[in-house]
Design a protein around this ligand. Structure first.
Ligand SMILES: Nc1ncnc2c1ncn2[C@@H]1O[C@H](COP(=O)(O)OP(=O)(O)OP(=O)(O)O)[C@@H](O)[C@H]1O
Ligand SMILES: [Mg+2]
Length: 275
């Protein structure tokens, strides 16, 4: 690919994209945080979740997904395994029969998705995750709809993270390439200054080079202290950058471990990573 849409401006080290409640101090159990998690508990946890859509049958069964503060957790598994459903459960879009979701030690199981955004969650769904007829900058502004403070600095942060978006800020988002659209979607989600960023297949349909670049940016976001919970089709590459990996099988936890553990597990390799 001749044009690298990310240019070379790497290294957004400024932490101001993070929710001020979370800046650099949210080590679970470290004390002194506004909302400390239970001793040893990950910052975000969906625990023993069983649930489905509306009055329908359960799609996920006793499923546990978690992400520590500033960590990258990756969910992989076959098509239809319930990866997106597990994400929706964590975000409050599912009818939960059993289980709970906690954020920074607070039980948010019964909160609406909107209320979860106010609590510091941001969600980029698998499809329809940008407003195609709006400009790039309007998309970012829409992402900040809940905020009453000045959003300019956060828009600048997003442009530092994804320089191409600054160049295209007055262009309709629908005119962008697949990889650039995903940057808009991630940027839009960052506009609420979340503590947790949830991404459902952020690299769907992009080239391997663009995928690598996007993963680099996601690592940068995690380094600012934001927890990342991500579903990925590119399982091998995603597990490479995962602090924790979850293999979902038929709506349940099949294998759980560090990214490296899963990559080294013969059965995971054979069954889910193509050998
Ligand atoms: N809105 C819905 N209403 C009813 N059933 C649904 C809905 N969305 C998904 N399902 C069902 O839930 C199951 C799991 O789907 P889900 O989308 O969570 O899988 P996935 O692991 O994300 O798959 P993919 O890799 O294709 O994205 C499937 O059987 C699907 O048919
Ligand atoms: Mg899915």
């Amino acid at each position: 690919m001749s044009d690298n849409p990310y240019q070379n401006a790497r290294g957004n080290k400024d932490r101001s994209i993070v929710n001020p409640h979370g800046q650099g101090t949210l080590q679970p159990g470290s004390g002194g945080t506004p909302r400390p998690a239970k001793e040893g508990e990950p910052f975000l946890i969906g625990e023993a979740m069983t649930g489905g859509y509306g009055k329908g049958p359960a799609i996920i069964h006793d499923c546990t997904i978690a992400a520590g503060q500033g960590e990258i957790a990756v969910i992989v598994g076959p098509n239809g395994a319930g990866k997106s459903t597990a994400m929706k459960a964590v975000f409050g879009m599912l009818n939960m029969h059993e289980g709970s979701v906690r954020l920074g030690g607070k039980d948010i199981t019964h909160l609406s998705p909107q209320a979860r955004v106010a609590e510091g969650m941001a969600f980029v769904p698998q499809t329809s995750n940008i407003f195609t007829s709006m400009t790039v900058e309007e998309n970012l502004e829409m992402g900040a709809f809940l905020r009453r403070d000045d959003i300019r600095a956060t828009i600048e942060q997003v442009y530092e993270l994804f320089p191409i978006l600054r160049d295209k800020r007055y262009q309709a988002a629908g005119e962008l390439s697949g990889g650039q659209r995903q940057q808009v979607a991630v940027g839009r989600a960052l506009m609420t200054k979340p503590q947790v960023l949830m991404l459902d297949e952020p690299t769907a349909g992009v080239s391997p080079i663009v995928m690598d670049e996007l993963f680099d940016r996601i690592i940068e976001v995690a380094r600012t202290g934001i927890s990342i919970l991500m579903v990925e089709q590119n399982a091998r590459q995603a597990l490479e950058i995962a602090d924790t990996g979850y293999v979902l099988v038929q709506g349940a936890n099949g294998f759980t471990g560090t990214g490296q553990e899963l990559l080294a597990d013969p059965e995971v390799r054979r069954s889910f990573l193509g050998g």
